[in-house]
Design a binder for this molecule. Structure first.
Ligand code: FES
Length: 306
């Protein structure tokens, strides 16, 4: 035999490699998918009931593990593993091979559980896991509703006596507690921890003429005017009051607001006035808010006035 004859490639068909598809393998794969589906449903239920981190982790592991094992079993036992070599000149399948493939594809081999059940269980597992993974959206928190547009002062609307303004220790104050040129940070009564409620009350000088929007002169008590303390640029607390000029400065980016003209911005990046709080005095002589701020407090993404 010549060397050339030794180099000739062998063209023979090998036996099927890998284990043959069996009923038990089919059952195993379907069982894995069904267990995964149940674990994913369980994950959703546990989360909905308030959550339990360890249990959720276990459920997630079982769900993803079940799907993984099911896919591995499927791939190993039901996907073709045959290695076939043939002469290059003859790539086309014979009619017999085509018929065999079509039959195997459509009906499967040795199908006991049934491919439909197998596909159905896999689909159920993936669907259940996908649905369970949507649940954490709930953890983003409740819909804010009007919560970002109102403060605790909104309770004053239509309420006799309004909402008292209080110091940080929740003690109320009277107009005479604030000296001329004085500035004080106050809050709505019983809401001293609310992040959106810090308010500056400022006592202007009697010779300082206020130039406020129509109807807002009545929001001033004895020269005391109140504005939100949150800068309308990005929310820093304003607080540097230049009494002689009636200007409030924000230390973050130097926005400046004219207290005497409705806290309109006269310098810096802030584009919106500080919201004004309508003031009054209750029967006991304490300062009160008669309504909420004139517009939503804080950064100007609201970009609107009421
Ligand atoms: S936060 Fe006040 S100027 Fe930027």
């Amino acid at each position: 035999m010549s060397d050339l004859e030794h180099d000739e490639p062998e063209h023979d068909e090998q036996e099927r490699s890998g284990p043959p598809p069996t009923a038990s393998a089919e059952v195993l794969a379907a069982a894995c998918f069904l267990v995964a589906a149940l674990a994913a449903i369980g994950l959703g239920v546990v989360y909905w009931q308030g959550g339990q981190t360890q249990l959720e982790g276990l459920m997630l592991a079982v769900a993803t593990g079940g799907i993984g094992v099911g896919i591995v079993v499927w791939a190993k036992r039901f996907m073709p593993h045959d290695e076939v070599t043939e002469e290059r000149e003859s790539l086309a399948s014979t009619q017999e091979e085509i018929d065999d493939f079509r039959s195997a594809f459509e009906h499967g081999e040795q199908s006991v559980v049934g491919r439909r059940l197998l596909l159905g269980s896999a689909g159920a597992a993936l669907t259940a896991l996908g649905a369970a993974l949507l649940f954490p959206i709930r953890s983003l928190g409740p819909r804010p509703g009007k919560g970002l547009k109102e403060t605790a002062y909104s309770r004053a609307k239509g309420r006799a006596g309004g909402v008292r303004l209080v110091r940080a220790d929740n003690s109320p104050l009277k107009p005479e507690d604030l000296a001329v040129d004085g500035v004080l940070t106050v809050f709505p009564e019983d809401h001293t921890d609310d992040a959106d409620s810090p308010t500056l009350v400022i006592r202007t000088r009697s010779n300082q003429k206020l130039d406020l929007a129509e109807g807002r002169d009545a929001w001033v008590v004895d020269g005391i005017i109140a504005y939100s303390k949150l800068c309308t640029h990005v929310g820093c607390p304003v607080g540097l009051y230049q009494a002689g000029e009636g200007k409030l400065l924000c230390p973050c980016h130097q926005s400046t607001f004219n207290v005497l003209e409705g806290a309109k911005p006269i310098f810096g990046p802030a584009a919106r006035p500080l919201p004004q709080l309508p003031l009054g005095v209750d029967d006991d002589g304490y300062l009160i808010a008669t309504d909420d701020f004139s517009s939503p407090v804080g950064p100007g993404f609201w970009d609107r006035d009421r």
